[in-house]
Write a protein that binds this ligand. Structure first.
Ligand SMILES: [Zn+2]
Ligand SMILES: [Zn+2]
Length: 102
């Protein structure tokens, strides 16, 4: 499978579910710990955030997902599509069934 390509969607809204943070929301649904940045070729393990992204292969472009990114990969300057590493997981922001504080 080809690596996912995503685009940053910078939103700074307060989290709207019961998860403590968006990174926590991602962990609840991915079943993983956020240990490393999801961007292809990036190995940053510090300062990870649950970044809002849009899947570049989806034509509507309105569905938002969370994936762990480091601060520099989550920069608002990255407005182009970029690849994620092969094991990256996207979790929809709208998921609610497994939300809980981490
Ligand atoms: Zn990164
Ligand atoms: Zn949640």
């Amino acid at each position: 499978m080809a690596n996912l390509e995503v685009k940053n969607k910078n939103v700074y809204t307060k989290i709207s579910c019961t998860c403590s943070t968006y990174l926590c929301h991602w962990e609840n649904y991915s079943g993983r710990k956020a240990l490393v940045c999801s961007a292809f070729g990036c190995t940053e393990t510090k300062d990870l955030v649950g970044a809002h992204v849009i899947n570049c292969s989806e034509t509507s472009g309105s569905r938002q997902y969370i994936t762990p990114l480091c601060k520099s990969c989550n920069s608002s300057h990255n407005s182009d599509c970029f690849k994620l590493n092969a094991s990256a997981i996207l979790v929809a922001v709208s998921y609610r069934s497994k939300c809980k504080p981490c």
